[in-house]
Design a protein around this ligand. Structure first.
Ligand SMILES: *Cc1c(COP(=O)(O)O)cnc(C)c1O
Length: 229
């Protein structure tokens, strides 16, 4: 089933890119495997997936230990507390969900010990809902300027989660806002490599996200199946 689902998702990504006049190589597929087993992840890896996303630190470290020898780039996409940074900093490929300078400082401190560069994205609350994660859109420029002073923390772009809605078109304003924020940062003189990535789009809205400029889609249930909650 994972094989079939991946085939289907890849076709839909290709179609969305075609529709948006974009090259399919511009969009990285991240398979989000939270709640699913290492065996399921191995199946995805067998189908050519090398970017895996997880949302919980404990679950990520457990799966990393089990799958250490697989050619996997591990993405952290869930809420990250400062005191959990130390558990993932030695192996994580990209942290999508940085939403405070405090967490950046902690990443810097931990990463400098092994002189590892840690790539991060800044999560933005594009819906401005108080219960949602991410920084306020109005604070993006300030946060970028403050992050620029770090040596080991390398900011590579922005991430957002759209509102959970049935009609994916209702997610579009969220994606548009993230792209506009990226363009504003470029206008403000932020170097291009620091805003290279827009991590946006999930199972129910990734095609709209690709139309709006997503470079990383984070897809879980459409690959692995419904999550058992
Ligand atoms: C779970 C999760 C996803 C994947 O969601 P699906 O709807 O299953 O595709 C993407 N991003 C984040 C941050 C998640 O927590």
């Amino acid at each position: 089933m994972i094989s079939e689902n991946l085939h289907n998702i890849r076709n839909r990504i290709k179609e969305a890119c075609g529709k948006a006049g974009r090259d399919v190589s511009e969009v990285t597929l991240i398979a989000v495997s939270k709640t699913f087993s290492p065996e399921d992840i191995k199946k995805a890896v067998g189908e050519g997936i090398d970017n895996i996303g997880e949302s919980y630190v404990q679950e990520l470290t457990r799966k990393y230990e089990t799958l250490k020898n697989e050619p996997i780039k591990w993405h952290f996409v869930g809420p990250l507390q400062r005191n959990k940074v130390k558990y993932i900093v030695d192996f994580v490929h990209l942290i999508h969900s940085v939403e405070s300078l405090k967490v950046c400082q902690e990443i810097e401190k931990r990463a400098s010990r092994t002189d590892r560069e840690i790539n991060i994205l800044v999560e933005v609350n594009t819906t401005r809902e108080p219960q949602k994660h991410g920084i306020d859109p109005d604070e993006v420029t300030d946060v970028f300027n403050e992050i620029a002073v770090f040596d080991n923390v390398q900011v590579r772009g922005l991430m957002t989660m759209a509102p959970f809605v049935d009609d994916p078109n209702l997610a579009r304003p969220s994606f548009k806002l993230l792209r506009d924020l990226r363009d504003r940062l470029l206008d403000d003189g932020i170097p291009e490599f620091q805003v290279q990535h827009l991590s946006m789009g999930m199972s129910n809205d990734f095609e709209v996200a690709i139309e709006e400029g997503s470079t990383m889609v984070r897809i879980g249930s459409s690959i692995f199946g419904e999550r058992p909650y």
